[in-house]
Write a protein that binds this ligand. Structure first.
Ligand SMILES: [Zn+2]
Length: 257
C-alpha cells in the first residue's frame, strides 16, 4: 500500500505511481536493469541495495523501484534484510543446477521442434545465425559471438512453438549463471575459450540437423550436452577464481566454499 503524497506533490507522485502506465513501465525498466546487473555480478553477494542511490542510478522513482525489488525477491535474486534488501548469495551447486535446468527445458524444446515436423523453411533463420557465427570464427575472432549465441537460443526456444516452453526457458535464463552466454566473454585463456565456442558451434549445427531430420531424442540429448559446456566453463572459472575474480564478476555471487 502506498502512503499519501505530500501536499503539493500529487502530480509528480501520480506520474510515478506503479498503478499508472508510466509507473508500470518504470517498474519493468527498473526490474530488467536491476536483474541484469545482479546476474552480471555488479554487486557481491550480501551487498545492501540502498533505495535512494539505486533509484538514482536506474533512473526510476522509489515506488516502482520497490515493486521491482519485490519481484526480484520472488525470483530469488535478493532477500529482505531489516527494512531493505540485500543481494542473495548462491552456492556453486546452485549455479550447476541452474544450468542443468536450462539444459533440460531447452532439450524439451529441441525434442518438440523435431517431433512436430519443423520444416526446412522454418529452420532458415536459425541456420543463418549459425552461418553468422561461422563468419566470426573464420575471421579468427570471438567478439560478437555472445549476441549471436543468445539469438540462436532464442530461435531454438521459438521452434518448439509452445508458449509455455518459451516462457520457462526465459525464466530459466533469469537464474544467475544459467543464460547461454553467461561466461562467454570472460576467460583469459583465449585458446581454451575459443575451443569451447567451437565445440558449442558444433552442438548448434548438430541440434538443427537433428530437428530437421525429426530426431527428437538426439536433439534433446544435444541441447542438454550443450548446457554442460556452460557448466564446464563455470567450473574452470570457479577453480581459478583467485586469479579470475575480476574477469568473471558473476563469481561475486557465489558465497559457499
Ligand atoms: Zn549455444
Amino acid at each position: 500500500m502506498r502512503s499519501l503524497p505530500e501536499k503539493g506533490t500529487i502530480n509528480v507522485y501520480m506520474k510515478n505511481d506503479i498503478t499508472t502506465p508510466s509507473g508500470h513501465s518504470q517498474t519493468e525498466r527498473g526490474l530488467r536493469e536491476l536483474r541484469s546487473r545482479i546476474i552480471a555480478g555488479h554487486w557481491p553477494a550480501g551487498s545492501r541495495l540502498r533505495e535512494v542511490p539505486l533509484a538514482k542510478v536506474l533512473g526510476v522513482s522509489r515506488t516502482p523501484l520497490r515493486a521491482a525489488l519485490l519481484k526480484l525477491e520472488q525470483e530469488g535474486l535478493v532477500e529482505r534484510s531489516g527494512a531493505g534488501y540485500t543481494v542473495r548469495g548462491f552456492s556453486i551447486e546452485d549455479a550447476y543446477v541452474a544450468i542443468e535446468l536450462r539444459g533440460i527445458i531447452e532439450g524439451t524444446a529441441a525434442r518438440m521442434a523435431a517431433e512436430r515436423g519443423t520444416t526446412v523453411g522454418e529452420l532458415e533463420p536459425i541456420k543463418a545465425t549459425i552461418t553468422a557465427i561461422d563468419t566470426i570464427f573464420a575471421n579468427d575472432a570471438v567478439d560478437g559471438y555472445a549476441p549471436l549465441n543468445d539469438q540462436f537460443h532464442k530461435q531454438l526456444a521459438e521452434l518448439a512453438e509452445n508458449a509455455l516452453i518459451k516462457r520457462e526457458i526465459e525464466r530459466a535464463n533469469q537464474l544467475p549463471f544459467a543464460a547461454p552466454s553467461s561466461f562467454s566473454s570472460n576467460s583469459d585463456d583465449f585458446i581454451r575459450f575459443k575451443n569451447s565456442l567451437v565445440i558449442g558451434q558444433h552442438h548448434h549445427r548438430a541440434l538443427v540437423q537433428a530437428i530437421e531430420r525429426g530426431e527428437g531424442a538426439r536433439a534433446e540429448a544435444l541441447a542438454r550436452e550443450h548446457a554442460q559446456l556452460s557448466r564446464a566453463n563455470i567450473e574452470v572459472a570457479y577453480l581459478e577464481r583467485s586469479e579470475n575474480n575480476i574477469k568473471v564478476p558473476q563469481l561475486a555471487l557465489i558465497t559457499t566454499e
